[in-house]
Design a protein around this ligand. Sequence first.
Ligand code: GLN
Length: 545
Amino acid sequence: MKKPKYIFVVGGVMSGVGKGVTTSSIAYLLEARGFRVAPIKIDPYLNVDAGTMNPVEHGEVFVLRSGLECDQDMGNYERFLGRDLSNVNYMTGGMVYKTVIDRERALGYGGRCVEPVPHIPEEIIQRIKRAGEDVNAEVIITEIGGTLGEYQSMMFIEAARLLEIDNPGDVLFVLVSYLPVPHNLGEMKTKPTQYAVRTMNSYGVQPDIIIARGEFPLDQKRKEKIAASSGMKSEQVISAPDVESIYDVPLNFEKDRLGDTVLKLLKLKAKKSPDLREWKRFVGKVHDPKSTAKIAVVGKYFATGSFTLSDSYISVIEAAKYAAYHLGMKPELTWVDAEEFERDPKQVAKLSKYDGIIVPGGFGSRGVEGVITAIKFAREKKIPYLGLCYGMQLMVVEFARHVAGLIGANTIEVDKRTPHPVIAIMEEQREKVANGNYGGSMRLGDYPAKLRRGTLAYAAYRTDLIHERHRHRYEVNPAYIQKLTKAGLVFSGVSPDGRLMEIAELRASKHPFMLGSQFHPEFTARPLFPNPLFFAFMKTVKKCL
Ligand code: GLN
């Protein structure tokens, strides 16, 4: 194998300014030039994976095909690159430290003293190389989460520095920085970025490219100022102003010749001239919708403001967008707090102004009765409904209570003593929960489902067997399948052994589109290839507009 090139993307000044989108976009532009690229996301924290973190505080937990629970940026990578990634593409501080400590316990260091340096950076480097070898990558692009100067990211930058010493000229540092425009000054300030460069320098590394994020484009004068103070040419400073859609970013980068600059600095020659036509066609649809679809996303929401919520449900939002854009619509998503319907059930009537209702995944009992009230409303008023995981389970509960006549039906996640546990805990899960074994222990990742012909699900996927990603502990209780089916609920997707119900829906004669999936279809939605269930849902929304 030829030696790969390495790109490290780090963040300066503050977090949340788009390292993930920058990394995805650079990877996309390199792949468009014919290179095999391995993207890696590093989260320096000590959690071994992202599965145990609260999505309202830390953003969505994205699930890979393999079942690994990781950071939402992995979703960005998969969406921009249009392909599935694997465990080698994700690394946390916890994984690295755990491997080193486990190895020490197994006498893997032959009696030597095991120290943070060099053993932690060594393990990091091995993992980076493994991700490259996995796909025979020519370029490995690694995003180091967090912001420069944080103690926890130091080991990762040290690993990058060591790689550069061993591979001179083959390692590139991209600094994603932020240029504020204080209101009282009305002027873009470059100083924080200069400090970020100095912080990098103090770690022994130097940026080769600066992505200058800000509310506005960077003028030539400031480009030159940053370049001069950082020891680089002005073409190495890329202007990255706020954009309407993140999908504009690779096209803006291309305009600023970022792809070519990266290749030049890495001494690579493009294998083909980039063909961005399909991407541009998609972005064209993003900017030119013919109609608007008003969608209510009903769930338990804390008073966090929509900013955090859009981070917590990013895959759901993006999946809804792709389906809508491809149908010439713009989705307008509104977060509706289900607890409102618990306080005053009459409030549910306000859902009638929406063209469709989505109930996303969730855990615990908070807001559940309100969600069930909303689902009942969607069913009775024939508003297109899509339920994702918890949204499917609660759709089954609602149906059991109000159509199948199973009074007091519930999921045992909410009510252990319900007379009708229509959603119950999976056998293999019971023990795990009893032992307090919560990390990475749900039913996770890809599982197959057989689809029944003549159903909404089949019409959406047009195939007999599908694979989608899961993240749940509970499932439709087999003891109730017959009763529910008899009452008219259709299980249109079932695990190949017939045990697990994967999709539930109502007949077309009863409702234009009422469907819930035990899996999370949002994780496989891609800009150029919307997920079939979201697409079918949006198609009905469009028909009903
Ligand atoms: N709480 C439910 C379960 O564990 C649903 C999970 C989800 O929506 N991801 O089965």
